[in-house]
Design a protein around this ligand. Sequence first.
Ligand code: SF4
Ligand code: SF4
Length: 359
Amino acid sequence: MDNMPYKRLANQLNALPNGFPPTEDGIELELLARLFSPEEAECASYLRMSPNTPAQIAKHIGGDARAMRLLLKGMAKRGLIEVHKTEDGLGYALMPFIVGFYEAQNSRLDAELASLVETYFRQAFKDMLAVEPAFHRVLPVGETIPVNIEVQPFESAVAIIEQAQAWGVLDCICRKQKALVGEPCRHPIGYCMVFSPTPGAFDHDPNITAQTKEESLETLRQAAAAGLVHTVGNHQDHGEYICNCCTCSCGILRGVAELGVANVVARSAFYSQVDESKCIGCEECTIACQFDALAMGNMSMEVDRQRCVGCGLCVLRCSHGALSLIRRPEEEIKPVPATMRDWQVDRAAARGQDLGEVK
Ligand code: SF4
Ligand code: SF4
């Protein structure tokens, strides 16, 4: 196999703020070869974060614009690159590996791809996940916050659902991937929630079950009841999806226990607080916490505020009303980037990158 197109594409993907770190044995090239033909990889390696038309790309790298259009269309159809409307017609842009074209392979994921991803996770995800700002941030379970505590719209899963015009749900690719490598977890699979500002956007999508707003709110409630942590893209204008995650299968949250990266996910602005007078020491709440943030003290449960990500799952679990979420002091709250662009700029800076090379 001629690896050069894949090396070029891997380098270009690693130049994106999300990163696509190389590995010693080149598993990332095998991964790309599983998804892109050599011609597609060569073409994609010239794409940027902003869209370019086939004519613009052909002018830049040579070749026939018609053939280029077909190649680009084929990749866009398989969720490998993005397509956007531009003033000059349809334009195509590079997508990161995660969160990006890997998630778009949900319906094509098989045992071979799952195994390649698992190997890549073990070898390269630590480098990707340790960079801040994190890919995802935690959203608290809304009803675990006392009503007198203010919650910003971008901190609320319910607000994201309320703002959308179309709602859908599909299987979680992370739990699918772990099942395909023979390590299924106990959590339910069908809780990956997607949203769109376009009414009816998911009505004809064979891979997504379209929902009403009320059904989407019920899915959110069921996900929390199943012990899943709500997470979203780590910027305030994020509204495309809500992941319902677990530390056993989620490609991001697995980084805590398996790769030893403490900051894999940006915590919410809240933490869990114990009312000692109500705590009977049953330790039920420790079953709900996936972050080892709870431990029994002398008289009652105690919360490790450094470990607590503010998900609220322990609050749901405590039937004695001894737990509630409370807002952290301002100095403990990490600002959430306002836009996706801000997130990209901050992350590129943290990785010592010049975004000019790929934008
Ligand atoms: S579940 Fe509630 S009552 Fe039981 S230990 Fe935890 S905080 Fe205390
Ligand atoms: S203690 Fe654990 S379960 Fe409770 S809010 Fe914090 S991270 Fe979530």
